[in-house]
Design a protein. Structure first.
Length: 394
């Protein structure tokens, strides 16, 4: 985990008013073997289920073909040729933006008919040197795509969206022709200038909320904004369980003491070991914010101290269903999820001594041993949230 920067990716979406499903589809995947991150946003024609199906087909193909390093012209031709034809308009239509980021920051963007991607460097718009690609096949002759390749730097941001953003407010007195690309770019630049550390999530939220405001708080189209932020990684350490050998207690304490980032201790025995080895007092609390879990405790220099396996099992459940509409509470598991979401590089140190209490047959059947729960959490963090996760067993 010695990347020069961390790539934070997030997308916020709002359905067209009255629709239960979004016609824009956002996909992302981190390919560990190549240290690549691929992000795709597609906008299907129309709205609702039909638009979602077109966008899902487009974004899935775009993601898979990009993973295979196919030529940009070939990707475009295959997508255009595969999309079903609209019975009314006799055209197949779905826009897309594909962003392929390599380990060293080399970034390639290919877009078709989405609003032009905005790149911000040093709080100013950055021109990566866009090029036009004219398709030449008989079926797609004359269709134009844009692409660029540039070397990303720390603190760069990439913002891309569906036309629900740039066309928001269309027909209003203030924006008769829609909000437009230039207004969006100025808005983003102002946000970043005023808050240089703004997360990808918060930036995307503010853009979507502004478009919603432009539309008079009634979304006239599916609205999506995605943001990418190249930044210094935020690190988190989670220690759970006592070491297999008691002589390694000091080793565990040294890991906690020397870690440069936020720290969570999950498990009473783990907290007792750190307290003893580092001569730190544990202060219990009696604030029950979650009826299913014991309350948190406090220790100087530690960001969160919780119970172990029950709390981590609930963390795994929350992460599985979590989305941008999920509201976290104040319970111990919710607090862990909040810290996980705010962090980029997450290191688990898992003690492998078996806790006799968890072999009690009267405990719930779904209560799994610690390492299994942690592995489940780690997989979700990597696959769903694109976090960098490492595990060390002690």
């Amino acid at each position: 985990m010695d990347n020069k920067f961390y790539i934070e990716v997030d997308c916020i979406q709002k359905n067209q008013d009255g629709e239960r499903i979004c016609g824009d589809v956002f996909l992302t995947e981190r390919i560990k073997t190549e240290e690549r991150t691929i992000i795709v946003l597609s906008d299907g024609m129309g709205h609702g289920v039909k638009a979602n199906m077109l966008a899902t087909l487009t974004s899935t193909m775009a993601l898979n073909f990009t993973k295979e390093h196919k030529d940009v012209n070939r990707i475009a031709e295959i997508i255009m040729n595969t999309l079903p034809v609209c019975s009314k308009r006799q055209i197949s239509y779905s826009t897309f933006t594909i962003i392929d980021i390599e380990e060293d920051g080399k970034t390639t963007i290919l877009e078709y008919d989405n609003p032009e991607t905005i790149i911000v460097r040093d709080s100013k718009p950055f021109n990566p040197g866009w090029q036009c690609i004219m398709l030449e096949s008989e079926k797609n002759a004359g269709k134009v795509l844009k692409n660029c390749t540039f070397q990303a730097q720390k603190e760069d941001r990439i913002i891309f969206c569906s036309d629900g953003i740039t066309q928001s407010g269309m027909g209003s007195d203030k924006y008769p022709f829609g909000w437009g690309h230039d207004n969006l770019e100025s808005f983003v630049q102002r946000l970043i200038t005023n808050n240089p550390d703004m997360s990808a999530n918060k930036l995307a939220v503010k853009v979507v909320n502004m478009a919603f405001q432009n539309d008079g708080y009634i979304a006239k189209d599916d609205t999506s904004c995605a943001a990418i932020y190249f930044r210094e990684p935020r690190k988190l350490l989670i220690c759970t369980g006592p070491p297999y050998e008691e002589e390694n207690d000091k080793k565990l304490a040294d890991v906690v003491k020397n870690f440069n980032g936020k720290k969570i201790l999950s498990g009473a025995t783990t907290a007792d070991i750190i307290s003893r080895e580092l001569k730190l007092e544990i202060e219990d609390s009696f604030e029950f914010h979650d009826p299913d879990l014991p309350p948190v405790a406090y220790m100087e220099g530690i960001d969160l101290v919780t119970e172990g396996i029950l709390t981590l099992s609930k963390v795994a459940k929350i992460l599985k269903v979590y989305n941008n509409n999920y509201i976290l509470g104040k319970g111990p598991a919710d607090q862990i999820v909040k810290l996980l979401k705010e962090s980029d590089e997450i290191q688990f140190v898992i003690g492998t001594r078996v806790n006799i209490a968890h072999q009690d047959p009267n405990l719930p059947v779904e209560l799994e041993i610690r390492r299994t729960v942690v592995r489940r959490i780690a997989e979700t963090l990597e696959d769903k949230f694109l976090k960098e996760v490492s595990m060390k067993f002690i």
